[in-house]
Design a protein around this ligand. Structure first.
Ligand code: AMO
Length: 455
């Protein structure tokens, strides 16, 4: 007999079916044994009556998380027994046969209990099974589907960027080194930045999704040491505003896709679908600082090169109130704050055609226009104290002609976190790597614990 998913059982009322999944709970009422059976698509209540003797004997053994397959009649519940809050609340399975596919040991805790973050993370192979936790990663997977779908429709080509690289792409300190062959040091990629720019010379418009690595030595609610970076790069742009326009359409496409595919998850969690406008507002960093000083913080230093986390939260609050948007682009960061490839705005010297996209109080994306002229890029590297000889491979893309281009990098986990209004990025990361943990806590944790949750 073909297996039927629990989501399709309503249509099977009156027939005999095979259902397989996990025992969510077992409840005994006198001789009646009730089971909630859970599969990837939902749950259903089943009852095992004593007249189905063999099944009844087996049912007495069952515990939470045992994996079973049952043959059952799909019965409609009498009117007064219908549970309107459950998708399968109008039916009940009457089990006639049970096959035990896998037994489970006694659970360390009730899966429905509220767990501290460390316990949740210690037991991920188990805790991820809880539908509320699993839903987060369903949304994450739908974000990726929408991301790819939209970019494919706009003439982008997906490519895979290398994760072992010879040089530090971003010129920063937070890089993981590894021993390579022939006595050579290599690094884990912090971003596909250099490769996506090279790829503009090949496909004009590209994107890539993959893991990147940041050796940031602190544990906060917004930082991971390995995250999924969604990156695009597009050629033949006028300036960063073309990137902002495309990003705006992309974010609209992602929001609409989630509205279509995950509205039930948003509803269940009591989270609003984000407010998004056809033209996401954008403002220069200095304008944002003026607003913040006037509205929230008269001590704010107008010459600060970046926004503090609290400022990001406030400016998002302001934009939501005044502009009806949960997203806002902040542009024109000072040259000294941005990466070597960020294009300085000729009409606003000292500031770059670069932006951060903030969403519900946090930066989810950075991007902008890059230098495409070889000489300007080499000069910018030197200004940042980088040796152009170390970038000779990358510089070929510019030596041999590349169009004006720009793009962005976006953290998938932060995006998921904010879509679902979760309080910590680690809860929106399947298997988070952070200073104290690779799956399990590192034994050296106590020595490093001084830099604790800062934000
Ligand atoms: P940036 O370093 O700002 O830019 O990163 C882009 C986005 O990646 C996410 N992100 C992180 N998420 C979790 N943990 C971290 N430690 C972490 N660091 C960054 C954020 C951030 O907005 N090459 C440029 C992008 C570009 O210019 O195209 C870059 O990587 O969501």
């Amino acid at each position: 007999m073909e297996r039927v998913y629990t989501k399709d059982l309503k249509e099977a009322a009156g027939s005999k079916v095979k259902v397989a999944g996990w025992v969510d709970v077992r409840r005994d009422h006198g001789k009646l044994i009730f089971l909630d059976i859970r599969d990837v698509s939902g749950k259903v209540q089943a009852v095992v009556l004593p007249n189905h003797e063999t099944a009844h004997e087996k049912a007495k053994e069952l515990r939470s998380e045992w994996v079973i397959s049952v043959i059952a009649n799909v019965n409609e519940r009498p009117e007064k027994m219908v549970n309107k809050d459950e998708p399968n609340g109008a039916i009940e399975l009457e089990v006639t046969e049970i096959e035990i596919l896998s037994k489970a040991q006694e659970l360390p805790f009730d899966l429905d209990a509220e767990l501290k973050l460390d316990t949740y993370l210690d037991y991920l192979p188990l805790t991820l099974r809880k539908p509320d936790n699993r839903d987060v990663f369903k949304v994450q997977s739908e974000i990726l589907i929408a991301f790819r779908h939209f970019l494919n429709s706009q003439g982008f080509t997906e490519f895979q960027a290398p994760k072992i690289i010879g040089d530090d792409a971003e010129g920063g300190a937070s890089v993981f080194e590894l021993e390579y062959f022939k006595g050579q040091k290599a690094n884990l990629a912090q971003s596909p930045q250099l490769y996506k720019q090279i790829m503009v010379g090949i496909f004009e418009r590209v994107y890539t999704t993959g893991n990147v690595f940041r050796a940031e030595k602190h544990s906060t609610s917004r930082h991971l040491n390995e995250y999924t970076s969604l990156d695009i790069e597009m050629g033949f742009i006028q300036d960063h505003l073309d990137v902002i326009k495309l990003t705006t359409k992309l974010m609209n496409a992602i929001v609409s896709h989630l509205e279509e595919t995950c509205a039930h998850i948003f509803e269940k969690r009591g989270v609003e679908i984000p407010l998004i406008t056809k033209h996401i507002p954008h403002m220069k960093l200095r304008e944002a600082q003026e607003i913040l000083k006037k509205e929230y913080d008269d001590e704010l230093d107008l010459s600060a090169p970046d926004l503090e986390p609290q400022h990001e939260r406030w400016i998002c609050e302001y934009v939501r109130k005044e502009m009806n948007s949960d997203f806002v682009f902040i542009t024109h960061y000072p040259v000294e704050k941005t990466a070597m490839y960020a294009y300085e705005d000729e009409s606003d010297p000292g500031y770059t055609k670069y932006f951060d996209l903030l969403f519900r109080g946090i930066e989810i994306q950075s991007g902008g226009q890059r230098y495409h002229e070889y000489d300007k890029l080499v000069a910018a590297m030197k200004r940042k104290g980088l040796n152009p000889d170390n970038f000779a491979f990358y510089l070929q893309a510019f030596k041999y002609g590349i169009p004006p281009h720009g793009g962005f990098g976006m953290g998938l986990e932060r995006l998921t976190e904010k879509f679902l209004d979760i309080d910590n990025v680690k809860r929106a990361t399947l298997f988070p790597r952070e200073i104290n943990r690779i799956d399990t806590l590192l034994t050296k944790q106590n020595e490093d614990k001084d830099e604790k949750d800062k934000n």
